[in-house]
Write a protein of this length. Structure first.
Length: 133
């Protein structure tokens, strides 16, 4: 599916959604370097209240399609200039941690730019990438 997405061309909005999903998928992936285990705790019996009911489902790992779209986002971001690529991923990772979207003010402070300039450059990078496809 990911090959067909890139073949048909993507709009800037679809690219935005793709990078946001890729950022969420990246957060769900296991760490590249596992932390060393420094302590050992004896096994303890759990309380019956600590178990969720049968209807509750928690999803902590990405699906195969999400991983494919994550790799597609990585491939597409390689078409951007270095500064644009860093900006696109910074915006996507910033937006993945909150429901209200990217933290333009925080990103602006990190880059030493006005938040509106950061948003404008992000939009320009996505439009530029969509035209390359």
């Amino acid at each position: 599916m990911s090959g067909s997405m890139a073949d048909r061309g993507l709009t800037a909005i679809e690219l935005h959604d793709l990078f946001l999903e890729a950022a969420v998928t990246e957060r769900w992936l296991p760490a590249a370097k596992q932390k060393a285990r420094t302590t050992w705790w004896p096994e303890m019996r759990a309380e019956w209240l600590s178990y969720a009911d049968e209807e509750t489902q928690i999803r902590l790992t990405p699906s195969a399609d999400q991983v494919d779209r994550y790799f597609l986002a990585i491939q597409l971001s390689s078409l951007l200039a270095d500064t644009e690529r860093k900006l696109v991923w910074a915006v996507a990772l910033s937006a993945s941690k909150r429901s209200r979207g990217p933290r333009w003010k925080k990103l602006g402070k990190m880059m030493g730019l006005d938040p509106r300039t950061v948003e404008s450059r992000y939009t320009t990078a996505l439009v530029k990438l969509s035209r390359c496809l």
